[in-house]
Design a protein around this ligand. Structure first.
Ligand SMILES: [Zn+2]
Length: 75
């Protein structure tokens, strides 16, 4: 089959069988990325005042724009 601009070949390997990823291989990475996202969400959303892990306002200033962008209460 000739390839042209009006009739492009979308997937030349369309007859290749697709093997799904096993859940056992994906699950550790999903847990790792989920935990990382929860930690990031904590630092963006709750790292200030009485709940702060680190003293001072350094972490708060680093994520300040993200806090406002995501609609977390700030000041
Ligand atoms: Zn603010």
């Amino acid at each position: 089959m000739a390839q042209s601009i009006t009739h492009p070949v979308i997937s030349p390997a369309a007859d290749t069988p697709v093997t799904p990823l096993p859940l056992r291989a994906v699950l550790p990475w999903a847990v790792f990325v989920g935990t990382l996202m929860l930690v990031l969400l904590y630092f963006v959303g709750a790292e200030q005042g009485a709940t702060s892990v680190f003293s001072g306002a350094g972490v708060h200033e680093w994520v300040h724009d993200g806090r406002h962008l995501l609609g977390f209460p700030c000041h």
